[in-house]
Write a protein that binds this ligand. Structure first.
Ligand SMILES: Nc1ncnc2c1ncn2[C@@H]1O[C@H](COP(=O)(O)OP(=O)(O)OP(=O)(O)O)[C@@H](O)[C@H]1O
Ligand SMILES: [Mg+2]
Length: 253
């Protein structure tokens, strides 16, 4: 079972440079992780920036992100699986990188088996890629490798940023079934500008608009917020906002 995990965000602010027009500002948010959380917003709304702040990869200009388990302050293991895995993986040797990951883990055999298993669920054989460099893999293979490595590290909170880019229909179906299993033991956050994906996997949504959090809630609450639906461009997806959407319909998207 997943452990209890909650987050408190207080007056969080981030800007890349003083002169930048983009300014992320999340005033106050308390959230208890339960199921799969989806962060949605139009391109450029600040999802990746906010995710990196949550994961502690970048530091806020001001404000704080604090995690709690069972009411006590905590430092959970959070893995952020990047939107652009190629920025990290292109120059690396895959076998050496896996060895490096294993050397940092006590449970080497468990992590190694988990990497191989998750790759296999994504139709990738570790033995076929271990002697390759990142640039010798396709975009979809890089994505699947990045996700498999993230899953194998067994984080308390896994943040997947735009996880379906480059996957294709078969890869998406494989990802859905992997996450269905993974969610039983771990907290997951999916970050995407694709509302169909968020709708397919997540039971609670955070919606960002120009650096501000304009909605938190479930599908029923979202259906009542027509102004938000229109603002973030999901009004044309009304059909998919119904609770009875069929799986086959989603698969064709
Ligand atoms: N390293 C950077 N330096 C300066 N500005 C940046 C940098 N990274 C992102 N930005 C800007 O910050 C804003 C938010 O970017 P971010 O990547 O967080 O958006 P996003 O919601 O993840 O977008 P997408 O859906 O396209 O991935 C954008 O206007 C972007 O141009
Ligand atoms: Mg992004």
């Amino acid at each position: 079972m997943r452990g209890e995990l909650s987050v408190n965000i207080c007056n969080l602010e981030y800007t890349f440079r003083k002169t930048d027009t983009f300014h992320l500002q999340i005033n106050d948010l308390d959230y208890s992780f339960n199921g799969v959380l989806g962060m949605y917003g139009l391109s450029g709304s600040g999802k990746t920036t906010f995710s990196k702040l949550l994961a502690g990869i970048i530091e806020p200009v001001s404000g704080s992100v604090s995690f709690f388990t069972n009411g006590h302050s905590a430092v959970p293991k959070i893995i952020y699986s990047p939107q652009f895995p190629e920025r990290i993986l292109l120059g690396i040797h895959i076998g050496d990188t896996v060895q490096q990951i294993l050397s940092q883990n006590v449970n080497k055999i468990g992590v190694y088996d988990s990497i191989c298993n998750h790759l296999q669920k994504f139709s990738l054989d570790f033995n076929n890629i271990r002697d390759k460099s990142g640039f010798e893999l396709s975009g979809g293979e890089l994505r699947r490798l990045a996700i498999a490595l993230s899953l194998a590290l067994s984080p308390e909170l896994l943040i997947l940023d735009e996880p379906t880019i480059g996957l294709g229909r078969r890869g998406k179906t494989q990802l859905y079934s992997i996450l269905e299993e993974f969610r039983q033991q771990h907290h997951i956050m999916i970050v995407s500008h694709d509302f169909n994906l968020i709708r397919r996997i997540c039971n609670h949504y955070w919606i960002l608009d120009r650096g501000k959090l304009i909605f938190t809630g479930d599908l029923n609450a979202l259906r009542r917020q027509q102004d938000i639906i229109e603002k973030v461009g999901i009004n044309s997806l009304e059909h998919y906002l119904t609770a009875t959407v069929k799986t086959e319909e989603m698969e064709t998207l």
